[in-house]
Design a protein around this ligand. Structure first.
Ligand SMILES: NC(=O)c1ccc[n+]([C@@H]2O[C@H](COP(=O)([O-])OP(=O)(O)OC[C@H]3O[C@@H](n4cnc5c(N)ncnc54)[C@H](O)[C@@H]3O)[C@@H](O)[C@H]2O)c1
Length: 346
């Protein structure tokens, strides 16, 4: 039994972030397994602190993780608050620091300064490199839902976080004869998108690699809604081009780009190069015929309870393998070590 492993679930730095990566139910399972689980108070986490206390977790004040015992593993969703700058512990969170992203160097410097290490959640993969835990399903669900609501003129901005029941209620309130195309339909986000469209009563076609290999642009343009949920590792043929915007045979009027590769070479929707947000979820790309795009890059936050529960459920069996057993956590740590080496050589 891993009695010596301590997990310290910290408060998220952003007050807009209600999600967490360990739910009270999964914390209880870890406690039952013999883990020490410490949880920081948080004014905005979707799960009340009392539920963690009832699960057998030790409750501490927000942002006290810098004082945690040196062998605690500090767990969060995104980068910790900026102070203290030096990160001394082993941390688990999404660092977004290995592909030259904005802020990547600064984050790696924090580890360099403190001698700590990062088990990046994005790098928890099986031996074939397949990601083991991700927020995709609820990203697709929310991305398709906002597209439907926008198409029906029922989307209120600014968007607010809600429960699935509340969102489903909005989706079920109104029916029309719209049809939708989901590209990437076999993936996590794609499956979520198809499910939301089903709840909304929207006729849906699903395309994945087989269908886009024999790409039929006219078929794509004959749908009212397009939900892009592909994972693109390399550039490829665009699904929509600027020439398509002015076509008067285009039925397509709303695009929800869940993939959101808007500034990357891999962007298959080069008609759009900007994300949208909760304040202005949709952006007009063309007037006659109308085409609006939604490209929200934090979709799972719209459904914080469901997305946290799904993520935590996926993470639980991996946390149970801690302390590092030489597989999934080691693979993640190897990527950190390689990235840090590059930083220190610069
Ligand atoms: N906007 C957000 O808030 C948000 C949140 C989570 C994930 N995402 C993004 O959503 C994307 C999908 O994530 P996922 O977890 O669903 O990935 P995934 O790997 O589970 O699924 C991707 C699917 O796309 C398909 N695909 C890849 N290239 C294709 C092509 N050219 N044509 C047709 N299908 C293709 C794959 O076969 C697969 O079925 C990622 O880019 C991810 O970063 C966005």
């Amino acid at each position: 039994m891993p009695i010596s492993t301590g997990l310290w679930l910290r408060r998220e730095a952003s007050s807009n972030e209600q999600r967490t990566v360990i739910t009270p139910a999964d914390a209880a399972a870890l406690v039952a397994d013999g883990f020490r689980v410490t949880v920081e108070e948080s004014a905005h986490r979707v799960f009340p602190i009392d539920e963690y206390a009832a699960a057998g977790c030790r409750i501490v004040s927000a942002d006290t993780w810098p004082d945690a015992p040196a062998d605690e593993i500090v767990v969060g969703l995104k980068e910790p608050v900026p102070q203290p700058s030096a990160l001394t512990h082993r941390h688990i969170f999404f660092g977004h620091a290995y592909k030259g992203q904005t802020g990547a160097h600064a984050l790696l410097q924090r580890f360099e300064e403190g001698g700590g290490s990062l088990y990046d959640l994005e790098c928890l993969t099986d031996e074939n490199g397949r990601r083991l835990v991700a927020f995709g399903f609820w990203a697709g669900y929310a991305g398709a839902a906002v597209a439907v609501l926008h198409h029906r003129g029922q989307l209120s901005a600014p968007l607010t976080a809600m429960s699935r029941a509340e969102l489903d209620d909005l989706l079920a309130r109104y029916r029309d004869d719209a049809c939708a195309l989901v590209i990437g339909a076999l993936g996590r986000s794609g499956r979520g998108a198809v499910e939301a469209l089903t709840v909304a009563g929207v006729r849906t076609t699903g395309w994945d690699l087989a269908e886009t290999r024999q790409f039929d642009k006219s078929a794509l343009l004959a749908h009212d809604l397009l939900v892009n949920t592909i994972f693109a590792a390399e550039p490829g043929r665009p699904f929509l081009t600027h020439d398509d915007l002015g076509r008067d045979d285009r039925r397509l009027s709303v695009v929800s780009d869940v993939t959101c590769d808007v500034t990357s070479d891999c962007n298959r929707l080069p008609v759009n190069d900007k994300v949208t947000d909760w304040v202005m979820p949709a952006r007009r790309l063309h007037d006659e015929p109308r085409l609006d795009v939604l490209a929200i890059d934090n979709l799972p936050s719209l459904l914080p309870r469901e997305s946290s529960a799904a993520f935590s459920m996926g993470l639980l069996p991996l946390l149970r393998q801690l302390p590092d057993d030489g597989s999934v956590w080691t693979r993640s740590l190897d990527q950190f070590t390689a990235a840090r080496k590059l930083t220190s050589e610069r």
